[in-house]
Design a protein around this ligand. Structure first.
Ligand SMILES: [Zn+2]
Length: 453
């Protein structure tokens, strides 16, 4: 079921490229997003930004990179999360990017960027992306979109801007009672990048050229902070390790995960990674045993509940998955993604009562994330099952609109318009979609191109 959202992308772009072992794209995961927000929000606030207005996007890409775009969007590659030895390093990078954002260092237009990214912003858990590895067309479509973006050239900053962002980062870290040394040690670890030319450099250091002068200036500033010696709290460091374990478990081939986290490692992150890798390797029984052990240790961990539910769901046991997804939602009712999992399992277990409850959950998801195309897709399925054909068409129009497929959005909105009772909220929404699409010259151009093909 989850793959449908992804395969849909393949259909839109009609791309058939070789299978990537590591499908790229935007990833959505309740646990990682919550952690990223915990780490970033105080820094955003210290920068005078309204934390709620800043979007954090995670990109599935091993290379180290982080960048910001207009409209207060921060992008973090999984590679930069995996390369952080301490949370303080990652926070330093986030603070530096926040410096660019707060000071408006966004020289280049990000229109092209937005256009390229939009179809990639699918609502899917890490599990879906990993499954994509077995679905060549879908994975390839996502991957090629990411390459098309050519992020490196978009976000190069000047030396002056780099120095200013470093100073700003040190200021925000100090204002939040945290050490600024993480950014410094991160730079020092990658100082060798200074002498590496062009293409061989990590994208991050192409965008943010390092120099001794720059490192010295940052060091001088960081040393004046009274919080210079503050270390990551054990809880913070544990959370980083769990996030890293999850990224590796879901996105690396199982054997790589088993090598990185051998049986001799009894830590919770290692057991988490191995459980996920077993799920990926389809050794479901072992995966469930391992997650059950973690759940036994922390019954109130929403993400252990989520994972247990996900493994059951993906092995065709939607009904059994329900209590775990329900528990996850109880523990974090504000999470749209956890609620979406529950709705999906309810729809798959397919009783009229469950479908009705699923619709209510999906409406709540969409209040929080109106552009969540996967939620719109699930809603269209639920309406379809309920025999509400016109509503299902409207939901498909919304789904297509959220994915940037305006051609399909308009076609479904027009069909919904014909069938919905005139003047109702839903009728007006269908009408709005057709009007918005008709009024936007960029969309009209896309439609013309589509018709020609
Ligand atoms: Zn920078």
């Amino acid at each position: 079921m989850r793959l449908v959202g992804v395969l849909f992308v393949a259909m839109i772009f009609g791309l058939f490229l070789p299978v990537p072992s590591w499908a790229q794209g935007i990833i959505r995961d309740a646990e990682i997003e919550a952690a990223a927000r915990d780490w970033s929000d105080p820094i955003f606030t210290a920068a005078g930004l309204n934390a709620q207005d800043v979007n954090i996007h995670l990109i599935n890409d091993r290379s180290m990179n982080a960048f910001v775009t207009r409209g207060q969007n921060m992008f973090l590659h999984t590679g930069i999360i995996l390369n952080a030895k301490k949370l303080n390093e990652l926070k330093g990078v986030i603070a530096h990017e926040t410096g660019h954002m707060a000071d408006g260092h966004l020289a280049r237009s990000d229109d092209a960027m937005k256009k390229a990214m939009r179809p990639m912003i699918l609502t899917m858990g890490l599990g879906i992306l990993a499954a994509v590895a077995g679905a060549p067309d879908a994975g390839a479509a996502i991957m090629s979109k990411a390459q098309e973006v050519g992020m490196v050239t978009f976000f190069a900053h000047s030396r002056v801007q780099e120095a200013a962002a470093d100073q700003a980062a040190a200021k925000y870290m100090e204002a939040t009672g945290q050490s600024g040394t993480g950014l410094l040690t991160f730079f020092e670890r990658f100082r060798f990048q200074e002498i590496i030319s062009g293409a061989k450099r990590y994208p991050y250091f192409l965008n943010h050229p390092l120099s001794s002068e720059r490192i010295n200036a940052l060091q001088a500033r960081v040393e004046t902070s009274p919080y210079n010696a503050v270390e990551d709290s054990p809880e913070d460091l544990h959370k980083l390790k769990m996030v890293q374990a999850k990224i590796i478990g879901f996105l690396e081939p199982p054997q790589t995960t088993f090598n990185l986290y051998p049986e001799t490692d009894d830590s919770q992150p290692a057991r988490y990674a191995r459980a996920i890798a077993n799920h990926q390797a389809a050794t479901t029984k072992i995966a469930l045993e391992q997650i059950a052990e973690l759940l036994n240790e922390e019954p109130d961990n929403p993400y252990f509940n989520e994972l247990f539910g996900q493994i059951l769901f993906e092995s065709g046991r939607a009904e059994q998955a329900l209590p775990y997804h329900r528990r996850a939602v109880e523990l974090r009712p504000e999470s749209a993604l956890l609620r979406l999992n529950l709705a999906q399992a309810l729809i798959a277990s397919d009783t009229p009562e469950n479908i009705e409850i699923a619709v209510e959950h999906l409406k709540k998801v969409l209040v929080r994330e109106v552009d969540n195309s996967f939620a719109w897709y699930e809603l269209s399925v639920a309406y379809e099952r309920q025999g509400k054909v016109a509503q299902a068409k409207l939901a498909t129009a919304e789904q297509s609109y959220a994915m940037g497929d305006y051609f399909r959005a308009q076609s479904f909105a027009q069909r919904a318009l014909m069938e919905l009772p005139q003047g109702t909220t839903e009728w007006r929404r269908a009408n709005d979609i057709t009007l918005v699409i008709a009024a936007d010259p960029r969309i009209r151009r896309q439609m013309t191109q589509r018709r020609r093909r």
